[in-house]
Write a protein that binds this ligand. Structure first.
Ligand code: FES
Length: 64
């Protein structure tokens, strides 16, 4: 018997921006290595390693 696919509304959406950061939308809790945390509704997470504001994107990926 085939199972029905139940549509769900995602609570968090992660969008991969080409040659840029990950855009995370939704209520997200970001926990840092030192134990601190922030709660955001939108975050741009660096995935190039160049940001001076890790783990967040600071636009350095676009600089030449
Ligand atoms: S992705 Fe933007 S600075 Fe790394």
């Amino acid at each position: 018997m085939k199972e029905a696919i139940v549509p769900i509304k995602p609570e968090v959406v992660v969008k991969v921006i080409e040659c840029g950061p990950l855009r995370i939308g939704g209520h997200v809790r970001i926990m840092f290595a030192d134990g601190s945390m922030v709660i955001k509704q939108r975050a741009f997470m660096c995935r190039c390693g160049k940001s001076a504001n890790q783990p967040f994107c600071d636009g350095s990926h676009a600089k030449k």
